[in-house]
Design a protein around this ligand. Structure first.
Ligand SMILES: NC(=O)c1ccc[n+]([C@@H]2O[C@H](COP(=O)([O-])OP(=O)(O)OC[C@H]3O[C@@H](n4cnc5c(N)ncnc54)[C@H](OP(=O)(O)O)[C@@H]3O)[C@@H](O)[C@H]2O)c1
Length: 252
């Protein structure tokens, strides 16, 4: 399912999960195009090991050339669930980089810009999208982050593109924003607890960013994962090697 001629676009490449996704793809000798709003941050992180492209998923006209020729897209973009500097308040009453704009409409823009022959669109969503009215998700959703994630999930499902949706719990490990890529590649790239996969948004717990990155890349190798949504958390004793194929096969 993956070969050396593939070109994988990672959106949100400078983020906690995104950096680990890039590192894992490079470890497998795959070609990466890194979508970022911040060239110097990406250059510092990735040197010349990836094709760095500048774009902002809120603005469709910045995406058209970026998605040209890519075979896969892994979308790890996100903003904070609650108001923060990362919402880019242009003025107090006109927040710009909100969950609705980034996690909802922004992801839709990326889906629309994807080549029609894309082999896979992997979208990092969130646990709780189907439980928005129950605690603690009703609190997490006060500013609409789960509404936006669900909107993006549904847009992807109806796009006709082959997709895999990943729904992590609360993220732990990283973000490794102070590390450059070589440090990341040398770092131990395994989480400490076992991986639990589910479907139907029923799991509760924490998820290592390392395993979110792992599942985003490992699912590309396995056709069973096409057009599926996986919940993922970490719990229990981790085996020496995580058998992703076996984990996925439980949902065939
Ligand atoms: N935090 C949690 O507990 C939790 C739980 C479940 C799911 N998630 C989801 O998991 C994913 C990864 O989380 P994370 O904490 O690793 O992310 P993160 O470190 O916050 O990184 C987010 C990335 O999104 C990019 N981004 C933000 N706005 C953008 C825009 N308008 N256009 C293009 N890129 C934009 C940022 O790039 P810049 O460098 O340009 O800012 C950054 O690379 C996110 O989708 C998040 O919603 C998080």
């Amino acid at each position: 399912m993956l070969n050396n001629s593939d070109l994988i676009l990672v959106a949100g490449a400078t983020g906690g999960v995104g950096q680990l996704v890039v590192a894992k793809l490079l470890e497998k000798n795959l070609s990466v195009r890194a979508l970022t709003r911040n060239q110097s941050k990406a250059e510092q992180m990735f040197n010349d090991q990836v094709d760095i492209v500048i774009g902002d998923i809120r603005y469709p006209d910045t995406l058209a050339s970026i998605t040209q020729d890519v075979t896969h897209i892994i979308c790890c973009t996100g903003t904070t669930a609650f108001p923060s500097q990362r919402w880019d308040f242009a003025n107090l009453f006109d927040p710009k980089n909100t969950p609705q704009a980034v996690d909802g409409e922004g992801v839709k823009n990326l889906i629309v810009a994807a080549p029609k022959n894309l082999k896979r669109f992997v979208f990092v969503s969130s646990c709780g999208v189907l439980r928005k009215d129950s605690l603690p998700f009703n609190i997490l959703n006060i500013f609409g982050v789960l509404d936006a994630k669900l909107y993006a999930e549904n847009t992807l499902k109806s796009s006709g593109l082959p997709y895999t949706i990943i729904r992590p719990g609360r993220l732990i490990d990283g973000p490794y924003t102070s590390y450059d890529l070589n440090t990341l590649l040398r770092a131990k790239t395994d989480g400490k607890k076992a991986v639990i996969l589910g479907t139907g948004d029923t799991l509760n717990g924490e998820t290592s960013r390392i395993d979110v990155a792992n599942v985003c890349v490992e699912c590309l190798k396995d056709e069973i994962t096409i057009n599926k949504a996986f919940d993922i958390i970490n719990s229990g004793v981790r085996p020496p090697v995580v058998d992703w194929e076996k984990l996925f096969s439980e949902f065939s």
